[in-house]
Design a protein around this ligand. Structure first.
Ligand code: HAM
Length: 422
């Protein structure tokens, strides 16, 4: 075993997976830029205070934060998510509203690492600040939905809920606390602990022992103010109008405290239930104010890149593509021809690779085959003297009959370009 390996919960993403990763972000950018979003690239670390707004009672803050004191004595944290940083940026720069921002990048949470749950994971997401229109909630959800469709995913389901206005939510939390406290003796020890910190999170328990009690818990709907109720009704009507299918899930509370009114989650139908949340989001109308800005409504979502790709694998869609070059140069005349040929090809926009260390013809041809290139350009002593290059077709050939032709060196690049277009 090598002396150093990736830390638990982190991974190296190698080619061709890394190219698929980039493609996913580019599909996402396409979808959201088509809807008027501009990219924000916020820093990966911020003052710890920015993230404390995620909720002092949430696990993300109490257990999972990568926080430290920097050399200047500042209390810093690696971002566990991007919403808080984006809202901090909004408060700092005060862009014109509605402000529609999208992002992509890594986040850090000290979680128990397993398949689909990492300590460094990537998200793509959007945030809109300055608009409290239920149609926007639906539009934002529909964007994520369109993105999944563009990837070819068909087994993702959408769960939606509303947490009501802050007062509704507070009354609901009191009612939940009373309900669970009365039954605390029958709850799992883990849920008893959660109850002390945040009764809402007990609803998340997937433990068999808690199932019946959680199932019988009061639901948020009976605590909605009329404004919150109307907001939610309009979100659902807009989703209907957009033909985005959803399931209302009254127990959906999500793991961060800033949510108000609409919350939602996307569940991957092909993944194991411990890591099948492929994305989530909602409204966070109080966050800008909490971060020292003006009262500003906000709504957005983040989708987990790692998990979305696991769902793609499980559904057999959006596969990694091999990153083969178009041309492989084999030079047994000393190597200088290979040097200049690949330079000329690349300058003309043709992807090209070559072998090194003056290997034998056989070994270079093997490398050419392995590269997946469509053509090999072969230069031996004879070709060097005659000023020619042998162009041999490698893939896409019929049977074993490798077609090849001899082309003047000066004609090679245009010949290859034509051949690649056909
Ligand atoms: P979240 O639900 O904490 O929400 O994370 C969103 C998504 O990130 C999850 O559904 C999941 O796919 C992925 N994710 C989270 N933790 C991990 C992990 N440890 N390993 C792999 N993937 C993970 C947020 O982060 C909010 N900022 C979403 C939001 C945006 N709400 C409003 N705007």
């Amino acid at each position: 075993m090598p002396a150093f390996q990736t830390s638990p919960g982190t991974r190296d993403i190698l080619a061709p997976e890394s190219a698929r990763w980039r493609r996913l972000v580019s599909v996402f950018a396409d979808v959201v830029e088509g809807a008027g979003f501009g990219q924000i690239i916020p820093p990966m670390f911020e003052d710890l205070g920015v993230f404390l707004r995620l909720g002092e009672a949430t696990e993300v803050v109490t257990k999972e934060m990568y926080d430290f004191e920097d050399k200047g004595g500042r209390r810093i944290a690696l971002r566990p998510e991007m919403t808080a940083g984006v809202v901090r940026a909004f408060v700092q720069h005060r862009p014109v509203t509605p402000w529609k921002a999208w992002y992509a990048g890594p986040n850090f949470r000290y979680e128990k690492a397993q398949q689909g749950r990492y300590r460094q994971f990537d998200q793509v997401g959007v945030e809109v600040l300055g608009v409290d229109d239920p149609h926007l909630d639906a539009e934002v959800i529909a964007l994520a939905w369109a993105f999944y469709a563009r990837l070819g995913l068909t087994r993702v389901t959408l769960l939606v809920n509303s947490l009501g206005e802050p007062d509704d939510r507070a009354r609901y939390v009191d009612a939940l606390r009373a309900y669970f406290t009365e039954r605390a003796a029958d709850l799992s020890p883990e849920s008893r602990q959660t109850l002390e910190r945040n009764p809402l999170r007990v609803l998340d328990s997937k433990r068999e022992q808690d199932r019946v009690i959680v199932g019988g818990a009061p639901t948020i709907a009976s605590f909605y103010s009329s404004a919150a109720s109307e907001h939610f009704t309009r979100v659902l009507a807009a989703l209907d109008r957009l033909s985005v299918p959803y399931e209302v899930r009254p127990s959906l509370v999500r793991g961060l405290d800033y949510y108000r009114k609409t919350t939602f989650e996307f569940v991957g139908g092909a993944l194991d239930s411990s890591q099948n949340a492929v994305g989530g989001g909602g409204r966070y109308d109080g966050l800008a104010e909490d971060l020292g800005g003006p009262a500003t409504p906000g709504v957005g979502f983040a989708l987990g890149v790692d998990r979305t790709l696991l769902e793609c694998d499980a559904e057999g869609v959006f596969a990694a593509e091999d990153g083969a070059v178009s041309v492989f140069v084999v030079d047994v005349s000393g190597g200088l021809e290979a040097l200049s040929l690949v330079a000329d090809l690349r300058a003309a926009g043709v992807s090209a690779d070559r072998a090194y260390e003056q290997r034998s013809m056989k070994s270079q041809m093997k490398a050419a085959d392995r590269s997946g290139a469509r053509f090999a350009l072969i230069v031996g002593e004879d070709e060097l003297r005659a000023g020619t290059v042998v162009v041999r077709q490698l893939v896409g050939r019929i049977g074993d009959d490798r077609t090849q032709s001899v082309v003047p060196r000066s004609e090679v690049v245009p010949t290859i370009k034509r051949a690649l277009q056909s």
